[in-house]
Design a protein around this ligand. Structure first.
Ligand code: CUA
Length: 332
């Protein structure tokens, strides 16, 4: 009797300890979307069950090790046990009920994360080696940062132009792959103002670890102001070019300040005598730059590899390329 009470107390202490260690609020980053709520609820519930199981299993083992050790000189066998029907029924029924119960709760909560708001703001998200592009069709806007209005559901339509990437903002909890050729949908309702990181969570090549974007959750007012500011068209080709190179992700491989990167830097590029892979030297002018943007696989600069996506310029107009060249020419 003394041992039963002692073991129960020990099991409870261990469970409470594990419960504290596995606290979701401590383990996970801030909870910043409506979809995060049911997910964290389920995590919490499962971790509590895990904590109790941990206490039960480790508690009985440790208690037995300490209080039922073999005494020195004791060489007798333990009693023979051939089975215990009530015990076997118990340890079959309880886990069965737990698994069924958790799956029911899980499917119910999954439904909560998928709930559709017909008023959702649609954003097309494109993954590309190695950057994210966001298109707001309602506003005719394409950007390299993801701005989201607070408490409004957004419907993210994910796709990719090359390999599989994966859209993941830990604070939103939900996650989906961006796969070439298909459109995956992900619904997020941001509930917390702030700045978060969008991380690519599918290994996608050399730049995978750096495939990050800023996600800002702002008030509806700030969101409208940001849209308005973004929609202003400037008549300065250099400023426009700077906008395009950001928007089309050029800067994820080419620096504008001379620093080393996957591709040649834009700084001082225009007008330069450039040594090519085939040993020839070429003067970097408009013709060469247009060719290199439209057909990246030709005239590779010496020391660099042919890894620029061949269809990178598919979405660029000739005018936009002219703007980009003007921008490059401004980087002396
Ligand atoms: Cu894109 Cu990893």
């Amino acid at each position: 009797m003394r041992h039963i009470v002692g073991a129960i107390i020990f099991i409870m202490l261990l469970s409470v300890f594990a419960w504290g260690v596995l606290n979701v609020d401590r383990l996970l980053p801030a909870q910043a979307s409506a979809q995060a709520l049911p997910i964290d609820q389920l995590f919490n519930l499962q971790f509590k069950v895990v904590a109790i199981l941990f206490g039960l299993i480790m508690g009985l083992i440790l208690y037995g090790v300490v209080f039922f050790r073999r005494k020195p000189g004791d060489v007798t066998d333990g009693p023979h046990i051939t089975g215990n029907t009530p015990l076997e029924i118990t340890w079959t029924v309880i886990p069965f009920a737990l698994v069924i119960g958790l799956s029911l709760i899980g499917s119910h909560l999954l439904g909560d994360t998928l709930r559709i708001d017909p008023q959702a703001l649609v954003i097309n998200v494109t993954g590309q080696q190695w950057f994210w592009r966001f298109e707001y069709p309602e506003y005719g806007l394409t950007t390299d940062e993801l701005y989201l209005p607070l408490n409004k559901q957004v419907l993210l339509k994910l796709s990719s132009t090359d390999v599989i990437h994966s859209f993941w903002v830990p604070e939103f909890r939900v996650k989906a792959d961006a796969v070439p050729g298909i459109v995956n949908e992900l619904r997020v309702t941001p509930t917390k103002l702030g700045e978060y990181s969008l991380i690519c969570s599918e290994i996608c090549g050399r730049g995978h670890a750096f495939m990050k974007s800023v996600v800002k959750v702002v008030s509806e007012q700030d969101f409208q102001a940001w849209i308005a500011e973004r929609q202003v068209v400037t008549d300065d080709p250099v400023a426009r070019g700077q906008k395009w190179v950001k928007q089309f992700g050029c800067l994820s491989c080419h620096s504008y300040d001379g620093s080393e990167n996957i591709g040649p830097t834009f700084k001082g590029l225009y007008g330069k005598q450039q040594k090519l892979e085939d040993g020839t030297t070429i003067q970097v002018d408009d013709t060469y730059l247009i060719e290199s943007i439209r057909y990246p696989g030709e005239d590779i600069v010496s020391g660099f590899s042919d890894i620029m996506p061949p269809d990178i310029a598919a979405g660029l107009t000739d005018e936009q390329i002219q703007d980009i060249i003007a921008y490059m020419a401004s980087l002396k």
